[in-house]
Ligand binder design. Structure first.
Ligand code: SME
Length: 151
């Protein structure tokens, strides 16, 4: 199973002692984007709770203008407030959505918890319609647990 193999590789990146947290997060983004065919953009946004903004910390894929997102805005901003996974099978059906590229058709955002607090999220964009399953959610929750341990 591809996700099981990838879990081992994510753990290996997380366990490297010499790299910074941000470079490990970037390496994880690159791994996921390279290895999962329908992951076209992968990034981590981290929350600033005082300012109520999300900040792009690491990513793989095309650079985005949306490096700072207010809580409540777009799919990412909604997850900052809901603390819940958000799977969007078809972005055209969403009113509160920030378009990063016209090629994006679907998106998944999974909150990242540290000591029970929602401190950020992993965000994946796909050029496929409705590609994400419960297996993606389970896998990305695993990834976020690994990343939380680095922070
Ligand atoms: N589409 C996101 C914005 C971030 S980009 O996908 C990189 C949203 O609606 O929050």
């Amino acid at each position: 199973m591809a996700f099981e193999d990838l879990k081992i590789e994510v753990s290996r990146i997380a366990d490297k002692i010499e790299d910074s947290a941000t470079s490990k997060m970037t390496a994880i983004c690159e791994l996921l984007r390279e290895r999962i065919e329908y992951y076209d953009w992968v990034g981590f946004y981290m929350a600033n709770h005082e300012k109520r903004t999300l900040h792009l910390e690491a990513f793989a894929g095309e650079p985005t203008d949306h490096t700072v997102i207010p809580f409540g805005k777009g799919i990412c901003g909604q997850v900052a407030e809901s603390n819940a996974n958000f799977v969007v099978p078809d972005v055209k059906a969403q009113d509160n959505y920030i378009a990063c590229s016209i090629t994006v058709k679907s998106e998944i955002v999974i909150p990242l918890f540290k000591d029970g607090k929602n401190i950020g999220q992993i965000d994946i964009d796909s050029s496929h319609v409705d590609p994400f399953t419960k297996d993606d959610e389970d896998f990305l929750e695993f990834v976020n647990v690994q990343v939380a341990a680095l922070l």
